[in-house]
Design a binder for this molecule. Structure first.
Ligand code: PMP
Length: 307
């Protein structure tokens, strides 16, 4: 049975409440200045095992703690508090389908953008199907954004905070206005960075290549997953800066992230990418096998959410 989305349960301030009662003060710094940090975490339902698995939960929570530290939020939450809140609310909703969970730690109260606290949290799950249903139909027509990716010296892309997505919004709206599906940012140095909500890989001559973590990208968990599984399978994988023109001549390219999983790119600035997606398809299938608990080699990445 599908969950009743309108009445789903949210964790807010230590309580599990109906979404209609999960409200935030309009004057809180999170509402006024986007002063919040968050994670987008996926759980996948395995029908055969009748089991819901959260993917790389501890790694998401560690990244959330790094974002909290960098923004100097006076957070009362330990790693186990973050995990317990997550598990409690997912269990409370009794899901038997794939879901996406937003876990946000935010500046509450009546302070300003300089306030350290008070700090609050919500955890909000929602059903979300895998991208695989759409995978064969969906290949993205991308442009290079005229907006540069935020940089570590201005607004670090390493911090997963709400305000960073204004840069993403500007670029995505420009792409849609101009008839593309989405966009790819260059960084301050003119090298390829990432998508507005995803990381990027290209394939050239059978080698998988992705920008460095110091090229203005989020420390993506999907990026890390792909590097690990590709290397385990003996696919040569490089982390290095990528030039814009390398995108135009790539054999394959794809965007990746917890939300979009692995989604192929079919063109960049109307230069077509026609190499056949052999490696992209392999990574996509492998990824879905892992996250659903069907690959025994990577079970350490999964947290069982049992009711
Ligand atoms: N870059 C940006 C800007 C993102 O918003 C995301 C999605 N969180 C990613 C990359 C991918 O990160 P992850 O694989 O951890 O979901």
């Amino acid at each position: 049975m599908k969950t009743d989305v309108e009445n789903r349960l949210i964790w807010l301030d230590g309580k599990i409440v109906n979404i209609k009662d999960a409200t935030v003060n309009v004057l809180a710094p999170t509402a006024q200045f986007g002063l919040n940090v968050f994670e987008g975490i996926r759980c996948y339902w395995n029908e055969e095992k009748e089991q819901l698995f959260a993917f790389r939960l501890d790694d998401h929570h560690k990244r959330l703690q790094r974002s909290i530290k960098l923004l100097q939020l006076d957070s009362p939450y330990s790693l186990s508090d973050l995990k317990n809140a997550f598990i409690d609310v997912v269990k409370a909703n009794d899901y038997r389908e794939d879901i996406a969970v937003r876990q946000t730690v935010f500046a509450d109260g009546f302070g300003s953008w300089g306030s350290e606290g008070p700090v609050n949290m919500f955890v909000s799950p929602i059903p979300k199907a895998k991208s695989s249903a759409e995978y064969n139909k969906k290949s993205l027509r991308c442009c290079i954004s005229s907006w540069r990716r935020i940089s570590d010296s201005v607004l670090s892309p390493r911090i997963k905070c709400g305000a960073n997505y204004i840069n993403s919004r500007m670029a995505q709206r420009e792409a849609l206005r101009n008839g593309y599906d989405t966009t790819i940012f260059l960084n301050d140095a003119g090298k390829v960075a990432e998508g507005p909500g995803s990381c990027l890989f290209i394939v050239k001559n059978g080698i998988l290549i992705t920008p460095l973590l110091t090229d203005s990208v989020l420390e993506s968990i999907t990026r890390d997953t792909i590097i690990r599984i590709a290397r385990d399978m003996g696919i040569e994988t490089l982390e290095r800066s990528i030039d814009r023109t390398e995108l135009y001549t790539a054999d394959e390219a794809f965007l990746c992230g917890s939300a979009m999983e692995i989604t192929p790119v079919c063109s960049v600035d109307k230069y077509e990418i026609t190499g056949g997606n052999r490696i992209t398809n392999w990574i996509h299938n492998k990824y879905l096998n892992i996250v659903t608990g069907n690959d025994r080699m990577y079970l350490e990445w999964l947290t069982m959410i049992s009711n």
